[in-house]
Design a protein around this ligand. Structure first.
Ligand SMILES: [Ca+2]
Ligand SMILES: [Ca+2]
Length: 162
C-alpha cells in the first residue's frame, strides 16, 4: 500500500511540474490590479476609475507617481503589456499642462511629453477644458489631453534608480 501511495505522489508531482513548465508565463488576474517590473521602474496598474486628481493622490499614497513615459520604448513596453490584458479603457498618466498652459510635461519631473506619443491632432485642449493626459487603445495606443475630471483607470510608477 505504501509503495502504491508513493508512486501516486511521484506521478502527481511529475504531472504538476510538466503543467507548470508549459505555462510558466500565464497571466492570472485575481484582483483587477497588476504589478509590473520593466527597466528601472515598477508599475502598478489600477483598474478602478478615478479622476486625475484622485488617481494622482492614490499613487502618491503608495510612494509612487502617476506614470511618466519619458521614452517611446517605455510607452511601447507598457502598451505591449496592456495588449496582453486586452485593455480597452483609458488610463491616466502624469502628463499635464498645469505648469505652462499648452505645454504638456510629466508632472513629477517636468520633462516634455514626447511628440510621437500623441494621437492625431492631439493635444487639442477641446473646449479649453483639457489639461490632463490619458492613453488608450484606438487601433493603436495613443495619448490625448482630456478634462481632468473624467474617470479613468490609471498607472502608477516607482522609479527604482537612486
Ligand atoms: Ca517612466
Ligand atoms: Ca484632446
Amino acid at each position: 500500500m505504501f509503495r502504491v501511495c508513493s508512486l501516486l505522489v511521484v506521478l502527481l508531482s511529475l504531472s504538476y511540474l510538466s503543467e507548470a513548465s508549459k505555462d510558466s508565463y500565464k497571466l492570472v488576474n485575481v484582483t483587477s490590479k497588476y504589478l509590473l517590473h520593466n527597466g528601472n521602474s515598477l508599475y502598478y496598474i489600477d483598474e478602478r476609475s478615478e479622476n486625475w486628481y484622485v488617481a494622482r493622490k492614490s499613487c502618491e499614497s503608495m510612494g509612487f507617481n502617476l506614470i511618466s513615459f519619458e521614452t517611446i520604448e517605455e510607452f511601447n513596453a507598457i502598451n505591449r503589456f496592456m495588449d496582453a490584458t486586452g485593455a480597452t479603457k483609458g488610463y491616466w498618466t502624469s502628463g499635464t499642462d498645469f505648469i505652462h498652459l499648452g505645454h504638456h510635461a510629466w508632472f513629477p519631473n517636468g520633462i516634455s511629453v514626447p511628440s510621437e506619443l500623441w494621437g492625431v491632432s492631439q493635444p487639442d485642449n477641446k473646449n479649453g477644458q483639457e489639461h490632463c493626459d490619458s492613453f488608450r487603445y484606438r487601433g493603436t495606443y495613443k495619448m490625448n489631453d482630456e478634462p481632468c475630471t473624467v474617470k479613468y483607470f490609471y498607472v502608477c510608477e516607482l522609479n527604482l534608480t537612486p
